[in-house]
Design a protein around this ligand. Structure first.
Ligand code: WTA
Length: 652
């Protein structure tokens, strides 16, 4: 158990500014703020120096190379993510350390502890299974798994043989799975018969079967998590435990070129079609490893819990790769935080003596709502550090997290980053601080960025603008969108040119160089920590045959951060009803998944349009938020606005 740390609470000149005390400064990897200047004097040398902490089969010839839309890190170097996550620790004599603790949802079921030795054994075996099914370096493998250890085994096995994985969130619908598998051209899928969620067995394999239809997937490997009674298609489906039983225990890791693709992860952009963000090997490894180490203060023996799902980038980097590369214990929980009761999170922390907790503001707001009595029932004194990610954290949630969960001892590391950036980009370091509610912090050492106006000029301190990251680009930044490099160039480098990455996030900076992220400036929502485009929800709803036209906008929500609100025009002869509403929700479930359900469906007769026929979502957004509507003179149908106001008041 860590000794209590009392925080120097307030900077007398400002409200709510917290600084690390001497004990934290002493323990942290980095406590001298000079690191920022040193790293920025030569970012390439900074990253190259820390890259040496990992294993390279062959050292790079050149640490960094820039060309517009085609920058490279550790050129000519060869490495492997799985080797660095597993073999490196085993070879150093640390094979007996626990790599994973898996907590099943049913409270009566025993937690599993998997050592680095054992994880390496399982990963090597599974890598051999994949090879025996014909998976070669460069082939894409789909992963549609719940929060079970096999999710990490599967990702690591892919990385071991150099087959880029594409993980699809298990609560996504079959159609979402299909779209992603088709786009990625995957030939093998790893899934499970099901999993436990809120005390119920969810039958995942049934969804997988529907999703695989119409793809190029030849083989489906099924992990048995429920009772194993799911349908299996002869010739296509195999049980994980069967193929593992006979697999060889050794599998040499593939020496990957630094710039080889490690994985593709689909995420929402501002259109209806999610984009396959791909990441490389060497650069991704280095930034994932170093940010995990410094930001979460990872030391030998730490038991660190990132509550994200493996289907999101946070799960990729901070459950799996970044964490395991640091040789600590990564905790995975299968189920829901309210099962069997609202105290489950805190029971898990107490039971496993968790030292660092990394979660999302939306979860924190939910815990606040559930009440203080739940965390108060448990001993949380093992915690040393807290992290948040996914959306701007509000003041109340921050203070509650700091006080009730961190006991006033633990710094809150508010990490801003994106699927595209692969790893943390903006946050303050535990040994340096400051920790300011609602303020993420400075760019990580070696990363430079600023808040710019639309024309690309840095704005003054305190002014709003767009967050941009400068070249030399951080090593883990995406190298492209799978199959659509034009979209990649336009989306990220269209605004400020090839040397400044456009994040799509609004921000302000303070006089200390800290960034306060104000949220997305495009049509991407953060719904309970899930990234989702309004256009995706629109396109899902439009698939219902009763729908004539639909516009979706986001609206702030106390718990979820943001929620979609749908304005729906029904086809002639279709009457609005609760029945139709339910049907529309079902359509969204089928096309995307329950995470995308609109909070409100408002039936309308008309939506405001420009003279060229484009829906003016700005007006709808103002209406649902109760904000001033602004200029309506450019509308083709200004009368629609009054009717809409009424509809919004009466919720359609
Ligand atoms: C938002 C998740 C404020 C932001 C890692 C970004 C945040 C989007 C923060 C990416 C934070 C993430 N403070 N906003 N600490 N972290 N965001 O791709 O809008 O699922 O663009 O990656 O989440 O979401 P994604």
């Amino acid at each position: 158990m860590s000794e209590p740390i009392k925080w120097v609470k307030k900077d007398p000149s400002r409200e709510n500014v917290y600084w690390p005390n001497d004990a934290m400064k002493k323990r942290a990897w980095i406590s001298d703020p000079a690191i920022y200047e040193k790293a920025l004097a030569d970012p390439v040398a900074f990253w190259a120096k820390h890259a040496e902490e990992l294993h390279w089969f062959k050292k790079w010839d050149k640490p960094y190379e820039f060309a517009p839309h085609a920058f490279k890190w550790f050129v000519g170097g060869k490495t492997n993510l799985s080797y660095n996550s597993l073999d490196r620790h085993v070879k150093a004599g640390h094979g007996d350390r626990v790599a994973l603790i898996w907590e099943p949802e049913p409270a009566a079921e025993k937690a599993q502890k998997i050592t680095y030795n054992e994880l390496l054994r399982r990963v090597s075996k599974f890598a051999n299974v994949l090879k025996s099914l014909g998976v070669r370096k460069g082939d894409r493998v789909g992963i549609y798994l719940p929060m079970i250890p096999e999710a990490v085994v599967a990702m690591q096995a892919c990385a071991r043989i150099g087959a880029p994985h594409s993980v699809v969130f298990s609560a996504f619908s079959p159609e979402s799975l299909r779209d992603r598998m088709v786009d990625a051209g995957a030939k093998v899928l790893i899934t499970a018969d099901g999993y436990w969620r809120r005390g119920k067995g969810i039958e995942l394999k049934k969804s997988a079967d529907v999703g695989v239809d119409g793809t190029k997937i030849e083989k489906v490997i099924v992990v048995r998590r429920l009772d194993g009674t799911c349908p299996m298609k002869a010739g296509r489906d195999v049980w994980y435990h069967d193929v593992m039983a006979t697999a060889k225990e050794e599998c040499a890791p593939e020496p990957m070129e630094s710039e080889d693709i490690s994985f593709i992860l689909y995420t929402s952009g501002s259109t209806a079609k999610p984009k396959g963000i791909f990441h490389t090997t060497g650069g991704y490894a280095v930034q994932s490893y170093l940010t995990a180490k410094w930001n979460f203060d990872l030391h030998e023996g730490d038991i660190y819990w990132c509550t994200a799902d493996v289907g999101w980038v946070t799960g990729h980097t901070y459950i799996n790769y970044g964490t395991l590369m640091n040789g600590v214990t990564s905790v995975i929980y299968e189920g829901s935080p309210d099962t069997p009761d609202f105290g489950r999170m805190w029971a898990i922390i107490e039971k496993h003596k968790i030292t660092q907790l990394y979660t999302a503001p939306t979860a924190i707001r939910m815990f606040v709502k559930w009440g203080n009595e739940w965390p108060e029932k448990h001993d949380l004194s093992s915690l040393r550090l807290l992290g948040t990610v996914g959306e701007p954290i509000n003041l109340d949630a921050w203070l509650w997290y700091f006080d009730k969960i961190g006991g006033g001892r633990c710094p809150i590391i508010d990490t801003w980053w994106q699927t595209e950036t692969g790893a943390n980009m903006v946050n303050n370091l535990p040994g340096i601080g400051p920790f300011i509610p609602t303020v993420a912090g400075r760019a990580f050492p070696g990363i430079q960025g600023d808040v710019l106006d639309a024309g690309g000029t840095p704005v003054a301190v305190g002014e709003g603008g767009y967050l941009s990251i400068y070249e030399p680009f951080p090593p883990a930044l995406t190298r492209g969108i799978w199959g659509d490099m034009e979209r990649f160039k336009a989306q990220y480098f269209g605004d400020y040119g090839p040397k400044r990455y456009y994040t799509s996030d609004g921000a302000r900076k303070d006089d200390m160089g800290n960034f306060r992220i104000t949220g997305r400036v495009d049509d991407v929502m953060n719904v309970a920590g899930h990234r989702l485009a309004t256009a995706e929800v629109e396109s899902a709803l439009a698939q219902n045959e009763k729908v004539s036209e639909v516009a979706v906008v986001s609206k702030p929500h106390d718990l979820k951060g943001e929620v979609p609100v749908a304005f729906v025009l029904l086809k002639a002869g279709m009457a609005p009803s609760d029945e139709t509403r339910k049907e529309l929700i079902k359509t969204v479930d089928q096309v995307i998944g329950p995470t995308a359900r609109p909070e409100e469906i408002i039936f309308v007769e008309d939506v405001p349009k420009t003279r060229s026929g484009k829906i003016m979502r700005r007006i709808l957004k103002a209406l649902v938020r109760g904000e001033p509507i602004g200029d309506t003179t450019t509308l083709m149908n200004p009368d629609s606005v009054n009717a809409l106001k009424k509809a919004v008041e009466h919720k359609g």
